[in-house]
Design a binder for this molecule. Structure first.
Ligand SMILES: Nc1nc2c(c(=O)[nH]1)N[C@H]1C(S)=C(S)[C@@H](COP(=O)(O)OP(=O)(O)OC[C@H]3O[C@@H](n4cnc5c(=O)[nH]c(N)nc54)[C@H](O)[C@@H]3O)O[C@H]1N2
Ligand SMILES: Nc1nc2c(c(=O)[nH]1)N[C@H]1C(S)=C(S)[C@@H](COP(=O)(O)OP(=O)(O)OC[C@H]3O[C@@H](n4cnc5c(=O)[nH]c(N)nc54)[C@H](O)[C@@H]3O)O[C@H]1N2
Ligand code: SF4
Ligand SMILES: [Mo]
Length: 693
């Protein structure tokens, strides 16, 4: 065997973990004879630095899982479990014929919609949206499940989402982790937090739950859910009284200071703040001392904006960050995400359509109230749904309307790597490629590293990437009816990648051509004019403590109260946070990650259990007017009274207990308000399912 043969047998490729995760890790894929044998962290990735979470190391099992979908499948009738294998030709022809028939029936493709979100965040995964764009008029998805309310909140205050490089957290003297749990959801950030800690920084965690991040903190403040705004205001009051808030510092660059100041003086008391938030007054003073320790970094996670007042709470926290004089300091300031720096132009979302294509109408449905809005569509009603990179029948609120919607749909196509609650309700399931079987391009919503994901192995059986599926379906449509779709199906993955690299991006990456990324990821220089040190970008150039726009756009308090409706008659608040070994409903098929993630248990405070006559390990019904789940009780005296915790994605989805609840903000950044997943109220009762609930 000569050297070249050995090289062929043992190859290494640069891959990227594409999950909806802060980290977007760099991977090295080891391939032997076309088979992925090992995945490790890429040491040349400056943010993730050669380490992965357990989900990353488990990719070899994920890719070759016996449960992975191998071929297109058809289910007759839908939901029966009666599946049989079909060929790609048959699947694509049936789908194309349905699209054409609906176009003929209604005069456009408006009866056809997609629901696609974050199964794979690679830039080329916008092929699903592109495929529908090619149809001309159609029904599309809008909104954002993760971060809509908080994004608007920051933009109302400052005029734009601010950006701090998360690597700068290493330079902080004090770090407040406010409604974020990086020990679970962003594990690599601990590296930078620990660098700061090694230089003496203190860490404070604010969370209703005693999380693994709280366990690492110097100070942990247990807060009542949804009350963070008042905590921030109480700290502002202390700083004001101590003469530590200096509006002059902003050179008059604050709008609404007078009324804000009198609100702090007249309306905010430490006694009331302590009572409402559940944080003792010493804790409020501890927090205030963090903001005097400059630079103080405040990371507001997505957790605390999942409330009907989530946006407003984040505005208060941001006001604290700014008014305490931390906002312009390297290592200090507000950390949330880096999405304001929209790096790529995303050709797949924006390719030009031919002039002669019909006048285009794109109807939008909000991801956070998809089923309800889809059902309300008329002229034409929705008849065809394409679901990719999503598991709404596990992850969405308002499961009842999802069931109704399914009854109305004439064809449901789901593209996935595995069977799940949603594919189980599809007519046709198409097998998706894993990240190792396709090229892609990645940016993170948290750090600044840009990378190419190389194709490392051949597709698993008949799996195809979402881009290849879009290309193939377009070809069949245009064969059946010439020029029906304008999706540029001739372009390959590498063509689309190459087209994203403008001279400006190459310059910001410090490379001459994009292929240099095949040597390793590169850190992007931040664009001119978007840093935290560029002043406030509101139209008046001021920090807006009073925002007429926020007032106009946000869901008013009374409407929020009414929207919660009878749900609020139940007395236990249900929190459903993220789990370490899952990304939402993903990875349940991977045995290496099979440790109990809490999806089959309900954790509750012993007092709440006792007054209901409930004991450890007992089977209980968790219910409200919307649904009923069966769980085993796990007592946990660190869980606050009045709160119960269930992980996402159990056997009978916990999301059936979530009616459609909206956050107060999100219309500006995401087109519609965020989802208030944590404004869910339930009761717990011993024993088995209550009938007729
Ligand atoms: N392992 C893992 N990592 C993930 C994910 C996953 O499923 N698993 N999902 C990814 C995605 S899509 C997202 S959006 C992010 C989300 O990740 P994060 O931004 O960390 O947000 P959450 O996990 O939703 O919530 C963070 C913390 O907020 C707390 N919290 C809840 N309510 C309140 C409140 O009222 N006040 C305060 N102060 N805290 C509160 C929760 O208890 C939780 O510990 O994580 C990403 N990373
Ligand atoms: N109760 C409760 N519900 C929540 C939340 C909560 O905190 N509590 N959080 C919400 C949040 S923040 C989010 S982001 C959503 C997540 O909601 P979803 O995006 O629906 O969540 P996942 O379970 O990650 O489903 C992604 C699916 O994509 C598939 N997939 C992976 N890669 C690919 C690919 O390349 N192509 C295709 N076609 N499919 C692929 C996976 O196998 C999986 O089935 O859940 C929301 N729901
Ligand atoms: S899930 Fe997140 S932390 Fe884990 S390997 Fe993927 S990107 Fe990295
Ligand atoms: Mo998310």
């Amino acid at each position: 065997m000569d050297k070249d043969d050995i090289k062929k047998e043992n190859e290494m490729f640069l891959s990227i973990c594409p999950r909806n995760c802060y980290e977007t890790c760099g991977l090295i894929s080891h391939v032997q004879n076309g088979r992925l044998i090992k995945v490790e962290g890429d040491p040349h990735h400056g943010y993730t630095q050669g380490k992965l979470c357990a989900k990353g190391y488990a990719y070899t099992e994920y890719v070759y899982s016996p449960q992975r979908l191998r071929h297109p499948l058809r289910q007759v009738p839908r939901g029966s479990g009666n599946w049989y294998r079909i060929s790609w030709e048959e699947a694509l022809e049936d789908i194309a014929n349905k699209i054409l028939e609906l176009h003929h029936r209604y005069g456009s493709s408006l009866a056809c919609a997609y629901n696609k979100f974050s199964g794979n965040l690679g830039v080329l995964h916008n092929a699903t949206e592109g495929m529908f764009r090619g149809l001309g008029s159609h029904t599309k998805l809008s909104g954002n499940a993760c971060l809509a309310a908080g994004s608007d909140a920051v933009a109302y205050n400052r005029g734009q989402l601010i950006f701090h490089d998360p690597e700068d957290m290493a330079k902080s003297k004090a770090i407040v982790l406010w409604g974020v749990n990086p020990a679970r959801t962003a594990v690599h950030q601990w590296n930078f937090i620990n660098q700061a800690r090694d230089k003496g920084a203190q860490i404070l965690v604010i969370d209703p739950l005693y999380t693994p991040s709280a366990a690492q903190a110097d100070i942990y403040l247990q807060i009542n859910p949804g009350t963070d705004g008042l905590l921030a205001m109480a700290v502002l009051k202390i700083l004001l009284e101590e003469g530590k808030l200096n509006p002059e510092y902003f050179g008059g660059n604050i709008y609404g200071w007078e009324s804000f100041q009198s609100y702090l003086q007249e309306k905010v008391t430490l006694e009331e703040a302590s009572k409402v938030t559940g944080v003792p007054q010493e804790g409020i003073y501890d927090l205030s001392s963090f903001y005097k320790e400059k630079p103080c970094a405040t990371w507001v996670g997505f957790g605390l904006q999942r409330y009907s007042n989530g946006g407003q709470n984040i505005r208060c926290i941001d006001a604290l960050v700014a008014l305490s004089g931390n906002h312009e300091l390297k290592g200090g300031g507000l950390y949330y995400n880096n999405l304001m720096d929209d790096v790529f132009k995303n050709g797949l979302l924006n390719f030009p359509r031919p002039m002669n294509q019909e006048v285009i109408i794109e109807r939008s449905i909000d991801i956070n109230s998809f089923a309800q809005e889809a059902l309300a569509l008329t002229d034409p009603p929705l008849k065809f749904l394409w679901i990719a990179g999503r598991n709404p029948l596990s992850q969405d609120q308002d499961q009842q309307n999802w069931q109704k919607l399914l009854n109305q749909l004439e064809l449901v196509v789901a593209v996935d790597l595995f069977m799940n609650e949603t594919t189980a309700q599809a007519d046709i399931v198409l097998p998706a490629a894993s990240p190792f079987e396709e090229y892609d391009l990645h940016q993170s919503y948290w750090h600044q590293w840009i990378a190419i994901n190389q194709k490392a192995i051949p597709p698993f059986f008949e799996a195809k990437s979402d881009l290849e599926i879009a290309r193939s379906l377009t070809k069949v449509l245009n064969k059946l009816q010439p020029n029906f779709s304008s999706f540029p199906d001739q372009l390959t993955a590498l063509d689309w990648i190459a087209a994203e690299f403008t001279p400006e991006i190459l310059e910001r990456l410090g490379i001459a051509e994009w292929q240099e990324l095949l040597q390793g990821p590169r850190k992007l220089k931040i664009s001119e004019g978007i840093g935290y040190d560029q002043g406030f970008q509101t139209e008046m150039g001021k920090l807006k403590l009073y925002s007429p726009e926020a007032k106009e756009h946000q869901l008013p308090a009374l409407a929020r109260f009414l929207e919660q409706g009878k749900n609020s008659l139940y007395s236990l608040r249900l929190l459903t946070p993220q789990s370490l070994f899952r990304i939402h409903s993903q990875y349940r098929t991977v045995s290496w990650l099979s440790q109990d993630q809490g999806a089959e248990v309900v954790e509750m405070n012993p007092y709440d259990a006792e007054i209901r006559g409930i004991k450890e390990k007992e089977s209980v019904s968790v219910f409200n007017d919307w649904g009923n789940c069966q769980r085993k009780v796990k007592l946990n005296d660190r869980i606050p009274q009045g709160v119960i915790v269930i992980a996402q994605s159990g056997k009978d989805s916990v999301n059936q207990l979530l009616a459609k609840q909206s956050a107060d903000m999100g219309t500006q950044y995401a087109g519609s308000r965020g989802a208030a997943y944590y404004d869910a109220w339930v009761e717990v009762e011993r024993g088995f399912k209550r009938e007729g609930m």
